[in-house]
Design a protein around this ligand. Structure first.
Ligand SMILES: NC(=O)c1ccc[n+]([C@@H]2O[C@H](COP(=O)([O-])OP(=O)(O)OC[C@H]3O[C@@H](n4cnc5c(N)ncnc54)[C@H](O)[C@@H]3O)[C@@H](O)[C@H]2O)c1
Length: 256
């Protein structure tokens, strides 16, 4: 018996990192996985690695209203319902956000951050979470579970302003939707990881990562599979009475 036997689960950003690890764990626990990603070829690679079953790959930008409406309409056509949504898709850097100027020693990032990348970051993380959840809820005919990827950036402020603002807003959205959807037997929770070993972190300068690792009681960064197992807890029956909460697997980097 798997923890997600025959549940239909859509994971956004499933072509890499935490999303791919979650797809692998969910499939191993018996779920039918809809692997969504901006880069459909990576979503297809994820599905190819799941070892057979009715899993499907879906391309599209989570911040594109029409694309998400049709992606979730296709889930209804293909599977007749949805049980779990993991809003995981995200980016850490965007062109024009001033990060390169910080690395060049030119002072606070906010002074160099364009308004457009600031708003684009919100559109991907907050807008994408909103659009996918709005499209998914009518498909959760037997109740369901929504798990949103936040970050310690959204709790403690680590990370650039656009990213921290987006990840903090996801916590507010999570709490509000938990209240609104609880009576409909849909739970909504967030996972707020610390620094995790994925391609998103690979592209960062070690000058950013090393101080965080040295402040982490467990003395290392986390692995994507360690976040996937937290997502699984919230997605499945183990977390049956948990809603409106965030869990932060972070090796002790923040403790409140
Ligand atoms: N890695 C970390 O240290 C860390 C820490 C805290 C939170 N997170 C969050 O976890 C989530 C997954 O991050 P990751 O580390 O696995 O990153 P990753 O870069 O490995 O994977 C992110 C995936 O999201 C996809 N994506 C990006 N923009 C998209 C869009 N607009 N529409 C659809 N898909 C899109 C990418 O193509 C990629 O496959 C993100 O929300 C991230 O902010 C990561």
């Amino acid at each position: 018996m798997g923890r997600l036997d025959d549940r239909v689960a859509c994971i956004t950003g499933a072509g890499s990192g935490i999303g791919r690890a979650t797809a692998e764990l969910f499939a191993a626990e018996g779920a039918i996985v809809v692997a969504q990603d901006l880069d459909s070829s990576t979503a297809e690679e994820t599905v190819a690695g799941l070892g057979g079953g009715h899993h499907v790959a879906v391309g599209g930008d989570v911040s594109d209203e029409e694309a998400m409406a049709s992606a979730f309409a296709a889930i209804l056509t293909d599977f007749g319902r949805l049980d779990v949504l993991v809003n995981n898709a995200g980016v850490f850097r965007l062109p024009g956000d001033g990060f390169d100027r910080v690395l060049a020693g030119e002072g606070p990032q906010i002074c160099h951050m364009g308004y457009e990348p600031f708003m684009q970051m919100l559109a991907i993380h907050v807008g994408g979470t909103f659009l996918c959840t709005r499209a998914a809820v009518p498909l959760m005919l037997d109740g369901g579970s929504v798990v949103n990827l936040s970050s310690i950036a959204g709790i403690a402020g680590w990370g650039p302003a656009h990213y921290a603002a987006a990840k903090g807003a996801i916590l507010g959205l999570t709490r509000s939707l938990a209240r609104e959807l609880g009576p409909h037997r849909i739970r909504v929770n967030a996972v707020a990881p610390g620094v995790i070993n994925t391609p998103m972190v690979d592209e960062l300068d070690s000058a950013m990562i090393d101080p965080l690792v040295s402040m982490t009681p467990m003395g290392r960064i986390g692995e994507a599979a360690e976040i996937a197992s937290t997502v699984l807890f919230l997605a499945g029956n183990d977390g049956a009475f948990v809603t409106g909460q965030w869990i932060s697997p972070n090796g002790g980097l923040i403790t409140c």
